[in-house]
Design a protein around this ligand. Sequence first.
Ligand code: HEC
Ligand code: HEC
Length: 334
Amino acid sequence: MTEHLTALWHWYVTIATIVSLIACAIFLKMQTTRRLPKGEKAELHGNVWDEDLAELNNPLPNWWRWLFYITLIFSALYLLFFPGLGAFGGKLGWSSTGQYQAEVKQAEAEFGPLFAKFEKTDVPTLAKDAQATAMGQRLFLNYCAQCHGSDAAGGKGFPNLKDKDWLYGGDPAAILATLNNGRAGVMPAMIDAVGGEEGVKEVVSYVRSLSGLKHDAALAAKGQAKFAICAACHGQDGKGMRALGAPNLTDNIWLYGSPEETIAESIRHGRNNNMPAQLERLGPAKLHLLTAYVWGLGGGEPPIATEPAAPTVPAEAPPAAAAPATASAAPTKK
Ligand code: HEC
Ligand code: HEC
């Protein structure tokens, strides 16, 4: 941080530091050299606590005085050798940035070849590699667990990464795209579109019926008619649309929860959810490793050989319906 100091602040800090060190030394000397005249007894200084604990005018004990001098000498030496005195960098030339860069360099030398090897390995193979999985897990615990949980099972608003239900897709390319660029799941408030609170109730019943949850059949029938406006994103059959990250509403797997009030909340106010982009933060090698780790957690879908353009994905692969049939073979075996 020393490079941020202007000349004025450099001198202000330097002078203030030196003056206070000297002042401390002078004060200490003044307080410890005044000895009691020979033969005279220390006098009471005015205060007595706990019946017999009295404050006398004895000078400070020597051990205490010297401890204080040593800290002053230590401070002076420290400021001579290490950064701390204004913009002065210290005689040793040490800096926390320099140390960090040296450590990064060392780590790169150590792990660089390993990462390079992993980067050339495809995701399904990597997911079976114990060392790659261990490294992937450590990265996950550092960079992802605060949102997705240390077991990757997610929580309200944070998707479970271990199941076969994917908002955006569970093949290696889709997971990598999620990590590289992040994702934004946006559902607008729909309360007006469904005709107010009564409409919300009807659509909630219909949505619950899609997952086979307890619902009012009459309300659900009315809700079904209104679902056309939802179908633009969630699909005619309610099975979601990966290009938009619109969840499958038929699999009884919930990003926010299945209680009527929670579903009503989604419809009333909409949702706005964000997975932050990671490419700049972690770089391609680590993200490749993380992709393999997430893919190998249990829900990974087979790689798509020729990458289709994004908008065709939802049409040919509605999320969970396709998952049991196509995805169960590859990812679950170890
Ligand atoms: C600040 C919180 C946060 C962090 C950190 C975070 N995520 Fe996410 N992630 C989310 C949210 C929220 C979503 C859901 C976005 C949505 O609903 O559109 C998400 C979505 C995802 C998805 C898509 C899941 C699907 O069903 O398609 C994957 C994969 C993922 N995250 C992996 C990771 C990995 C790996 C990391 C660590 C590098 C990570 N996330 C870090 C919040 C986070
Ligand atoms: C513009 C696209 C769009 C429309 C229109 C839309 N949704 Fe959504 N919906 C989404 C997206 C995207 C999400 C996921 C938000 C997120 O990632 O947090 C979502 C989330 C939800 C959820 C939460 C699901 C869960 O797992 O917790 C429910 C319930 C829902 N929508 C129901 C509806 C209903 C009912 C309608 C029609 C009245 C509707 N949506 C209209 C895009 C849409």
